[in-house]
Write a protein that binds this ligand. Sequence first.
Ligand code: FMN
Length: 261
Amino acid sequence: METNAILEGMLRRKSIREFTAEDPTQETVDAIVRAGQQAPFAAQLGSVLLKRNREANPFHAPLLFTLCVDLHRMERIMEARGWERAMCDLSALLLGIQDAAYMAQNMVQAAESVGLGSCFLGATPYYADRIVEAYGLPPRVFPLVQLAMGYPAEDPPARPRYPIDFALFEDRYPAFDRASIEGAMDVMDAGYLAQDYYRSRNAMIRLEEGREEEFTYDSYSWTEHISRKLGQWGKDPNELLRALRACGFDLGAEAKANQPE
Ligand SMILES: Cc1cc2nc3c(=O)[nH]c(=O)nc-3n(C[C@H](O)[C@H](O)[C@H](O)COP(=O)(O)O)c2cc1C
């Protein structure tokens, strides 16, 4: 496989959840956010909020960025040009999520290049109301994801990923057989177990009532962890639809929650 200093850096990257007491300078923050802005965009629908409050920030990070899908700003520009939005909110949201997400990942990479580490926080949309209030967000701005950032006070190994032949499908999507599924599961589970990842973070997801726990931290690993998330969480789409509606995004009618048969 081809390699160079940038690729090596990308393969070494890992989420950082412990930070030193050093505060990044304004020059550093500006460089990171400018690099974020330079990500490919559909319509520059991403905005960045910043809070420097170690006491309140997750992981006591010196910087907490909140990446928002921002239709407000573009619609002000359209207004200035005498245009009204015709695009439905689902289309606008898909574009905005991409703009904000690519921006966020550029910021992660830029931060790495100047010695900072970071960690995303994905529950952001579920407490969007608090962010709206704290930052005085106008309607049509939706907090998508947060990014805690600072100088690393830990240096864990890079976390495993699926083997490349389980991620790259040239010409045709494969019919996975049991052996290829189990092979990929083994790579992920053995990799996370070797790092004692879930035990060290005490991060086992509890089972819903009626299911019996079969795992200890000697056996609990990534595929079970993610299965528990997707198998138990986020059943009711209305929670997010309501959060979006409160921010002025209307994705249509109330939807039915997933219920196990
Ligand atoms: C959308 C998103 C949400 C995430 N949310 C959290 C979170 O709430 N808490 C956390 O500790 N890590 C969170 N992470 C970090 C992931 O756990 C991490 O990226 C993943 O385990 C892979 O590890 P690595 O980044 O060290 O390679 C999130 C990552 C993404 C992309």
